[in-house]
Design a binder for this molecule. Sequence first.
Ligand code: GDP
Length: 439
Amino acid sequence: MFELLTEKFSNVVEKLKRAKKLDEKTVDEALKDIRRALIEADVNIEVVQKFLNDIKQKLVGQEVIKGLNAGETVIKLIYDELLNILGKEEPLKKAEKTPTIIMLVGLQGTGKTTTAGKLANYLKSKGFAVGVASTDVRRPAAAKQLCTLAESINLPCFVDEEEKDAIKLTEKVIEKAKNAGLSYLILDTAGRLHIDQELMDELVEIKNKVHPTEILYVADAMQGQDAINTAKEYHEKVGLTGVILTKVDGDAKGGIALSVRQVLGVPIKFVGVGEKINDFEPFHPDRIAQRILGLGDIQSLIEKMQAAIDEDKAEKMAKRMMNAEFTLEDLKEQLQMIKNLGPLENILKMIPGIGSKIKDLKVDNKQFVKIEAIINSMTPEERQNPHIINGSRKKRIARGSGTTIMDVNKVLKQYKEMKKLMKKMKKSGKMKLPFNMPN
Ligand code: GDP
C-alpha cells in the first residue's frame, strides 16, 4: 500500500532530518523531490501544484517550531499539508428515519459487490442490524454473488429475480428491507464496463426514489487517474457523498488516495485492503499521512494487536518493545500473537523506519515453528537470561526441539540483533514520532 510514495517521501524526510540549516537550497531540493514523488505516484497535477504552493507559502517566514529542529519543522509542514489534501475523517452519515440507505455506485469490476458485503459486515460488527440488496437487473449473477456473500455473514439479502425493471425492483426490495427493521441497508447498483447514459438515468431515478443518505462511489485504486475521471462523471450526473477506495493493497502509487478529496470535493470513507470480507477499514487521513512519510503507523499496529490478542498483553508488549526490555519469553509470546495477526510482512511495514525499507519481503512461516520449538525447549530462566545458555545447554535445547545447535545459535543471534535494534531505536527516538501528532 503506497510503497512508492512512502519510499520517496521517506527519502525526503531523512534528508530533511539531517539538514542542520534550512537554507534555500535544502528547501528547494526537498520541494523538487516532493514534486517528483507526487507525479510518479500519479497524483492529479492540480493537486500537486496546490500541495507545493501551500507548503512554499507556509515556509515563508516560518520559524522553527519549538522542540523541533529545522528539518523536522518542514516535515511537520509536509505532514499538515498531506492531512489537508487528504481531508478530515468523515464517518458515515445516518438518516433520521431507519433504515439509513447507502447506495454504492461504480463501474463493473471495481469491487462494488465485494465492497457491499464488506461494508455490511463492518456495520454488523459495530452492532447494527444490516441488510443488503441489489438493483442490478441485467446481471442476475451479480445479485446472486451479493446474496451468497450476505449469507456467509448471516445477513439478509433482498432480491427479486422475477422483476426486470430496475426501478420497480428497487421499490420492491426497499419495501421488504423497511419491514425487516434494519438500521442500515446497503444498496448495490448495476455497473457497466463504461459509463453510459442509460445507466446514469437509472441511477438518478433510483436516487430520487429511495433518497439514500450516502451515495458512495466505489473506485479501484489501481486504475489511478482513470478512476478519478470516471468518478468525476458520476459525481456530475448522480451526485456523490463519498468514495470507497478498493484494492488499495495492490496500489503502490497512492495517487488516487491523494487526489480524490481535492478533485471531487468528497471524502474517502473506507478502503478495501484485500479480497477477504474483513479486509476493509475506515479511511484515517492522519494514519495514512504518517505512513506516507515513513513515520509508520504505530496506532494501527497497536489496534491490530489489540484486536487479535489480549489487550493488556499488547500494551505491555508495546511498552517493553519501546523500552527495549525484551526477553525470549516475549519473543515466544510475540510469535503466538503473530499467528493471529495475518501476514507478518504487513505488520512489519507499519513499524516506523521499517515500512519504506521492505518492499518485497516474504516471511517463511515454517521458520516460526522452529523458533517456537527452540524457545519452548528452554527453561524459564534461560528465556529471561539468554546469556546463561552455554554449550551444554544449547545441546539440550537442540535435542529437545529436534533441531541443531546451529539452529539454536541462529535464534539466539536473531534475538540479540532484535534487541540491539530496539535499543538503537529507543536511543535515536525512532519509536517516537518526531513531533506531536494532532488527534
Ligand atoms: P464488481 O463487478 O464491481 O461488483 O466487482 P466484484 O465485487 O465482483 O470484485 C471484482 C474483483 O475485485 C474480485 O475478484 C474481488 O475479489 C476483487 N476485490 C474487490 N475488492 C478488493 C480489494 O480491496 N483488494 C483486492 N485485492 N481485491 C479486491
